[in-house]
Design a protein around this ligand. Structure first.
Ligand code: HAM
Length: 439
């Protein structure tokens, strides 16, 4: 008989995998709530048109798309940004500002498979609508950093590269490039890290070879790694727009410094982002060792809500992917082994002891504790092994002697200590243990 396998790049989540995934989602969700973001959701299947010419050529070429039974051209969503723009655009006037929204959802891209890249993956998306100034970037970069720090990652593990498409456009304009040529240069910059000088090939093919002096100035900006270096390169080009833009940079960096987050952020004009809709600040998070693909990416996209039929509404946002992120947590030993372990595991003697234990088991569960026990009678040795393997903090022991005396032994499986308590006090003792930091 043929065995059926998942499609290439698709994932199955056995309970242990799903426990880890839930753990990650739970912390992202908690973190977003601490920043005052509200959660939303939307359909997985969307009109193909939503992504055409909006997300950019690369994503368009990766769409899972088909014609549905009603003859509609549809696509599995490759990202959330066009969808959330439609949602916000449709109710822009009624929504309380600032609009700070997040979601955790699955996306589909027909990509070449590699480490940390699949054809279906989850993203945590966070976006702010209606805020034209850099305050939105400050809030979002802080949220991005905290979404990673919430798991114990530090500035030694990851950093956020901050760049600016506006600054690039103003700079190229000051050097004499028109809009079309500037876009071709930005495409080259997007590929420069991977391809080196060959990245300028497409520009040369369309517009002729790039003047060596201009290229040197472009490379000077591309190699900028600090605010003073940025100020120096920008001063060499001159122009009011550029110096006004530097003010925004100072505001962002100053605020992140005040939050104690400057150590996570690197000025890096080499990032321009491949997606078509970005208009201003752009940023990406990477592991410090540079071993993995991007952890997260985002930026400002002030035109997209309007392009999708809504009102003019400035927007900034980012998405963290679950695959690279989970790899990084595993590498650093920060993915807990027991994320969904029971609180309590019951070790039970014969049939009479089981009946005695059942009352307590149900009462503890009804009180909100996670309680497990062997469904079938097992030797004590096997039950203790199961208790240890479950990751439970406590074992409740219902042996013949205990039940006859009307007591239960409570064993702390971490400290290896044991106390005997009257049956009537089991629930209170378990509650005391967990409220006293035993959790
Ligand atoms: P993106 O850079 O395409 O941006 O994706 C963000 C993150 O999603 C990536 O850094 C990566 O972690 C993850 N990701 C993307 N593609 C894959 C894949 N094939 N397999 C595994 N993980 C992947 C966006 O999607 C923008 N819509 C983000 C955004 C939100 N911009 C504004 N708001």
């Amino acid at each position: 008989m043929a065995t059926f396998q998942t499609l290439p790049g698709f994932r199955e989540f056995y309970p242990d995998d799903l426990a880890r995934r839930n753990h990650v989602f739970r912390r992202w969700r908690q973190t977003a709530h601490t920043f005052g973001f509200s959660e939303y959701d939307a359909p997985v299947l969307e009109p193909l048109e939503l992504y055409k010419a909006k997300s950019g050529d690369e994503i368009e070429g990766q769409l899972f798309s088909f014609t549905d039974k009603g003859g509609r051209e549809v696509a599995l969503r490759p990202e959330m940004t066009p969808t959330v723009c439609r949602l916000v655009g449709a109710r822009a006037n009624a929504l309380k500002r600032p609009i700070k929204w997040f979601s955790i959802a699955e996306f589909y891209r027909y990509e070449r498979m590699q480490k940390g890249r699949g054809r279906c993956f989850f993203q945590f998306n966070a976006d702010i609508f209606g805020e034209p100034g850099p305050e939105a970037e400050i809030e979002l970069i802080a949220l991005l950093v905290q979404c990673l720090c919430a798991f114990g990652l530090t500035e030694q593990d990851f950093y956020v590269r901050l760049s600016d498409r506006n600054l690039w456009f103003y700079f190229l304009e000051a050097l004499g490039f028109d809009d079309t040529r500037s876009r071709a240069i930005l495409n080259a910059i997007d590929k420069y890290e991977k391809m080196g000088d060959d990245a300028f090939g497409a520009y040369a093919a369309a517009f002729g070879p790039l003047d060596p002096e201009l290229k040197a100035r472009i490379l000077a900006l591309l190699n900028v790694k600090s605010l003073p270096a940025l100020e120096a390169v920008v001063a060499s080009a001159g122009g009011d727009k550029l110096s006004a833009r530097l003010q925004d940079w100072r505001r962002v960096l100053e605020a992140l410094e005040a939050m104690g987050l400057a150590r996570f952020v690197a000025v890096d004009l080499g990032v321009v982002r491949g997606l078509a809709y970005y208009t201003g600040f752009v940023f990406e998070a990477f592991d410090r060792k540079g071993e993995l693909r991007a952890l997260a990416g985002g930026g400002r996209y002030d035109d997209l809500v309007q392009k999708l039929g809504g009102p003019a509404l400035p927007a900034v946002g980012f998405a963290i992917g679950d695959m690279t992120f989970s790899l990084l947590l595993e590498q650093r030993g920060l993915m807990p082994a027991f994320v969904e372990a029971p609180d309590v595991y019951c070790v039970i003697g014969g049939p009479a002891e089981r009946l005695a234990a059942f009352g307590d088991i149900h009462a503890l569960r009804a009180a909100g504790f996670r309680v497990d026990y062997p469904l079938k009678e097992l030797a004590f040795g096997k039950q203790f092994k199961a208790a240890a393997e479950s990751g439970a903090k406590l074992a409740l022991i219902y042996g013949g002697d205990e039940v006859a005396k009307g007591v239960v032994k409570i064993r702390d499986l971490t400290q290896r200590t044991e106390v005997e308590v009257p049956r009537a006090q089991v629930a209170a003792s378990v509650r005391d243990f967990f409220s006293g930091g035993g959790h």
